[in-house]
Design a protein around this ligand. Structure first.
Ligand SMILES: *Cc1c(COP(=O)(O)O)cnc(C)c1O
Length: 390
């Protein structure tokens, strides 16, 4: 462990030097099956030749100019993301937290434009929106917030998966301008809300003139088996944020919007030095292109269903397994006890997994995962979980 790094992470004793598909190789030459994918980032897996070639070509031509000028790659990416999502305009930044900052600023500005001078945004318990001051204030986790008070004000919190609780707020607050919600909660333990939840929120937002803002930083870009998780429903959001999977590891975030939300920012209201640069946008354009050409959405859908079914079979009747859930290749296995130790046990068997919300083993493998790799993953993990619970 380095003495020269701030101690923000309890790092595992592993250093990877190379990767290919779902496989990572450490500095000793050992090979690991990666079911974390940089926390839902490496959708194309590691060392993808088409991505590497596109980045090399772009880096040799142009890496950075400035948003003071037009950036053709950024314009192409905005058009592509709007085409895929049905939204109308994009703002580009460099991370999920920044994408959510943009969404929060849009909501507040929209409120002020309507004459609401203390606008509030509805947020959820157990949500995660990032580590900047506004986004950690929006996040529904005391662990993330503790020690950083005073928090940014203007957030009203309700339980997740409870549209009724949001509806009740409308009776008591006349300063609400938006609802910010994850279609599925990732950090919150892979929570999948009931089928009508987003539609319920959409109806409440429409009835009250609020913006529906979806944080798809983790669920977006094919992870759920569709481009965006909201596309499993008939709902279209007013604002959507993206980051993790968008650039396959090259930092890029986006805030997309439609209707009045898309027209809220005017010159000078928001910006980013690096946001939407040629290299990052090439990474994102290539990611989207490869995902389409290689049928990775369908692959995520099919292999996600396969993994959930196979794990359910292998863990059937095992005491301590509470639930296996997910959508596409965002999968959670909830146990009846804290299971952080499983991460180390899996590592010893050369399998990389993540535990979130203390009791949920989370699988986020690259979307290029193959059937026989998925089978290996299930076999290893089921044995580990049986061992751990025994
Ligand atoms: C990871 C995550 C973020 C924060 O993204 P960063 O790039 O780490 O700032 C925000 N929202 C959700 C849902 C996330 O999963």
């Amino acid at each position: 462990m380095s003495d020269f790094l701030m101690q923000t992470y309890a790092r595992q004793p592993l250093a990877f030097v190379r990767g290919e598909g779902v496989w990572l190789y450490d500095d000793k030459g050992d090979k690991y099956l990666d079911a974390v994918a940089g926390v839902a980032v490496n959708g194309l897996g590691h060392g993808h030749p088409k991505l590497a070639a596109a980045l090399c070509e772009q880096a040799g031509r142009l890496i950075h100019t400035s948003n003071l000028y037009r950036i053709p790659e950024q314009e192409r990416l905005a058009e592509r993301l709007c085409g895929l999502s049905g939204l109308e305009r994009a703002f580009f930044c460099n991370s999920g937290a920044e994408a959510n900052e943009a969404a929060i600023k849009i909501a507040r500005l929209h409120g002020h434009n309507k004459g609401i001078d203390n606008p509030a945004i509805v947020v959820m318990e157990k949500s995660f929106h990032g580590r900047t001051m506004a986004t950690l204030s929006a996040t529904g986790s005391r662990k993330v917030q503790a020690g950083f008070e005073p928090l940014v004000s203007g957030f009203v919190r309700v339980p997740y998966n409870d549209a009724g609780a949001v509806e009740k707020l409308a009776e008591h607050h006349n300063n609400i301008v938006a609802v910010l919600v994850e279609p599925y909660q990732g950090e919150g333990g892979v929570q999948i809300p009931e089928a009508g939840y987003l539609a319920g929120l959409r109806r409440i937002c429409d009835a009250n003139g609020w913006l529906l803002m979806l944080d798809e930083v983790q669920t977006g870009i094919g992870r759920s088996g569709k481009w965006f998780a909201f596309q499993h429903t008939a709902v279209v959001p007013d604002v959507m944020t993206l980051a993790k999977g968008l650039g396959s590891g090259v930092p890029v975030g986006a805030c997309l919007a439609r209707g009045v939300a898309a027209e809220t920012f005017t010159p000078g209201r928001h910006g980013s030095t690096f946001g939407g640069g040629p290299l990052a946008c090439t990474a994102a354009l290539t990611t989207l292109k490869v995902m389409e050409e290689d049928g990775l959405l369908g692959n995520a859908e099919a292999l996600g269903a396969y993994i959930r079914q196979d794990l359910a079979k292998r863990l059937q009747g095992v005491a301590g397994v509470v639930e296996i859930r997910g959508q596409g290749l965002l999968i959670g296995i909830e146990l009846d006890r804290p299971c952080g130790d499983l991460v180390g046990m899996a590592r010893e068997r050369h399998l990389l997994v993540n535990v979130t919300s203390d009791t949920v083993v989370r699988l986020l493998p690259p979307l290029v995962l193959k059937r026989e790799e998925a089978a290996q993953l299930c076999e290893k993990l089921a044995a580990l979980i049986r061992n751990f619970l025994a």
